[in-house]
Ligand binder design. Structure first.
Ligand code: SF4
Ligand code: SF4
Ligand code: FES
Length: 218
């Protein structure tokens, strides 16, 4: 083993890895690509979930293997998070709709594990508490950067499914906005024409304005 090489364990099997490379690259180099699911290799798709343990007594946790550099003595346990059954969104969602779609909502014991597990630093537990109060706009904001790795669901002993609810809320609000635009904006056709005809700078300006106000200004 050279000073640029470290020893790590994958599901109990010892491999050599180059110091500083990511776990995914170490696995590829060791001919163990199959041991962890991989998609984007850039921290976007959430496929490469693992749990880690350290030999020096540090507390381990959940990580994305494509973003985590190897460290000497690291033990890696792949934890592929299976997809959950998708629940259809509801236009103009209310708390009762969410409770019906996800009866697990009120099981949260405020343990905080979901927040600790989230590789995107989303305040998942706080967002679950906001869901319980029906604060859906705030929840939609919370989950803007969610990559749907599923780790918050994976670690939740109470099977609360935070990110599935976050996604459902975002989809439901999006659906409501689509319907509101269809109902109230008689100029939808004109807006399409605008988007197709105007130059890029004007379109970007218009998109920014829409993101800020949520409305298409005349
Ligand atoms: S892990 Fe589950 S029970 Fe714990 S705070 Fe998150 S949602 Fe609540
Ligand atoms: S909220 Fe959950 S699914 Fe989304 S990135 Fe965080 S841990 Fe992954
Ligand atoms: S492979 Fe996509 S997040 Fe790691």
């Amino acid at each position: 083993m050279t000073d640029k090489t470290v020893e790590i364990k994958i599901s109990g099997k010892t491999i050599q890895a180059r110091a500083g490379e990511t776990l995914v690259h170490a696995l590829w180099a060791a001919g163990m690509a199959e041991s962890v699911k991989t998609g984007c290799a850039g921290g976007v798709c959430g496929a490469c979930t693992v749990t880690l343990r350290y030999s020096d007594g540090r507390t381990g946790g959940t990580e994305l293997a494509c973003m985590k550099p190897v460290e000497a003595g690291m033990e890696v346990f792949p934890c592929p998070v299976e997809a959950d059954v998708s629940v259809a969104p509801v236009a103009e969602p209310e708390l009762s709709h969410l409770q019906l779609a996800f009866p697990t909502l009120n099981r949260c014991t405020k343990c905080g594990s979901c927040t600790t597990a989230c590789p995107m630093s989303i305040p998942v537990m706080d967002s679950v508490l906001r869901m319980q109060k029906g604060e859906f706009q705030a929840v939609a904001e919370d989950f803007t950067t969610c990559i749907h790795c599923g780790l918050c669901r994976f670690v939740c002993e109470d099977k609360v499914k935070p990110h599935n609810m976050g996604l459902w809320i975002r989809r439901s609000l999006g659906m409501s906005q689509d319907i509101a635009i269809e109902k109230t904006d008689a100029n939808a056709e004109q807006e399409w024409q605008y988007l197709l005809d105007k130059d890029r700078a004007q379109r970007l300006q218009r998109a920014r304005q829409f993101r800020q106000s949520g409305r298409i200004e005349p």
